[in-house]
Design a protein around this ligand. Structure first.
Ligand SMILES: [Ca+2]
Ligand SMILES: [Ca+2]
Length: 390
């Protein structure tokens, strides 16, 4: 493990600022660089943030690639760069003004440059830093890193491996943290809509304020002289939304329209005829179908992991000739289900029709599509079904 220590930021001045105009309620700050007043780089940090870079290329505004809109930020750190706040970094920092016991949401998207090659030396690309005065020292309680070709989370010194990273693509992250020192703490992390971490218990070591957020590139080994085989790091950052205890996943998630297909690992059914098994509903072929007899007959899709789902697509056999009444329930464990949608297909098309879940989005692995009526018979017949995720 290349991650051995981190260096604390020097203390920063506390300047009270009011919250940004909130939309929706609970989102304290959107930093997607679409507002011209936020395009202050490289001279200064955007309003309400603190500058922690020392070069003209450390943090800049760019017009592409972007995660949303027409603008994003680019960070570049070189091994030869001057030390900033005791180490090698190009970061934008939140102010150290988070109240004790805060419940916070953080959504953002990161695009690692194609030059972001394997290195045994890690770098932090987002971190939650403990407060600066009268606070416990040591490493930050929570950090998102790249290390040895992989995404990793350092949660209070414990490393959570999130798999190999891919360069040149936007990766969406949502972190939800209830900053507590007792059993009421919560850490949840979603990567591209898939929930990859869910922990309860203490989330930081205490102090008079909750940890504050920083993002960009922080590579301490370039300061300490530890081995590293690269001399330059470049990434892009966009779609940052910071939410408080009133926020939801959908409020801060970078992808906020429900249109992205979620992977379906397999399908099963409560009943089916041998000629038309449930796998036929997920084979990508509108000429094959699942058919099951009886009101309440259900097709169950397994997306393979708990992820943020927001809707479904369903194509019905003879869908241009008859409507179908159906419900969609979702579940994390395949046992306990929650209703997410009910209604009627159009009856005018054999193509997949999208429906959006009534509660918005929720964490689920399984979708159960239950048939209740059509004007012809008591057979449920679905040619293709899919899940939509955030
Ligand atoms: Ca943007
Ligand atoms: Ca099919």
């Amino acid at each position: 493990m290349a991650v051995t220590s981190t260096v604390l930021a020097a203390g920063v001045a506390l300047t009270p600022v009011g919250p940004a105009a909130a939309d929706p309620a609970g989102v304290q700050r959107t930093l997607d660089w679409e507002q011209s007043s936020d395009r202050t780089l490289p001279t200064a940090a955007p309003p309400q943030f603190i500058k922690q870079w020392a070069t003209p290329y450390g943090a800049t505004n760019i017009t592409g690639p972007t995660r949303d809109g027409a603008h994003a930020a680019r960070f570049e750190l070189r091994k030869s760069d001057p030390v900033v706040s005791s180490s090698k970094r190009a970061e934008i920092s939140q102010r150290d003004e988070q109240p004790v016991g805060a419940d916070r949401w953080y959504g953002f998207s990161i695009n690692l440059d194609s030059t972001w090659s394997y290195d045994t030396s890690a770098e932090i690309v987002s971190q939650w830093h403990q407060c600066d005065t009268d606070c416990p020292g040591g490493s930050p309680p929570l950090a998102l890193l790249t290390d040895e070709g992989r995404w990793k989370i350092d949660f209070r010194g414990q490393f959570i491996d999130l798999g190999p990273y891919t360069t040149g693509v936007w990766v969406d992250w949502v972190f939800h943290v209830t900053w507590r020192t007792d059993s009421t703490g919560v850490l949840q992390v979603w990567k591209n809509g898939e929930r990859v971490v869910h922990r309860t218990g203490a989330t930081h070591g205490g102090g008079p304020r909750s940890p504050y957020f920083k993002f960009g590139i922080y590579k301490w080994d370039w300061n300490t002289g530890a081995p590293s085989s690269v001399t330059q790091r470049v990434l892009r950052y966009d779609a940052l939304r910071l939410g408080d205890e009133r926020a939801t996943h959908a409020d801060v998630a970078p992808q906020r329209t429900c249109s992205r297909g979620a992977p379906v690992a397999s399908a099963s059914a409560t009943t089916y005829e041998a000629a038309n098994p449930p796998a036929n509903a997920v084979d990508g072929d509108l000429t094959t179908r699942w058919s099951g007899q009886g009101f309440g007959a259900a097709l169950i899709l397994d997306t393979g992991a708990v992820r943020r789902l927001c809707g479904a697509t369903v194509a019905w056999h003879r869908g241009d000739l008859r409507w179908n009444d159906y419900t969609i329930h979702v579940s994390q464990d395949g046992v306990s289900y929650t209703k997410a949608w009910e209604g009627r297909s159009s009856g005018t098309t054999t193509a997949p029709e999208a429906v959006l879940f009534t509660p918005g989005s929720l964490d689920a692995r399984y979708l159960k599509i239950s048939f209740w009526a059509n004007p012809e018979n008591d057979w449920a017949s679905i040619t293709e079904a899919g899940a939509l995720g955030l």
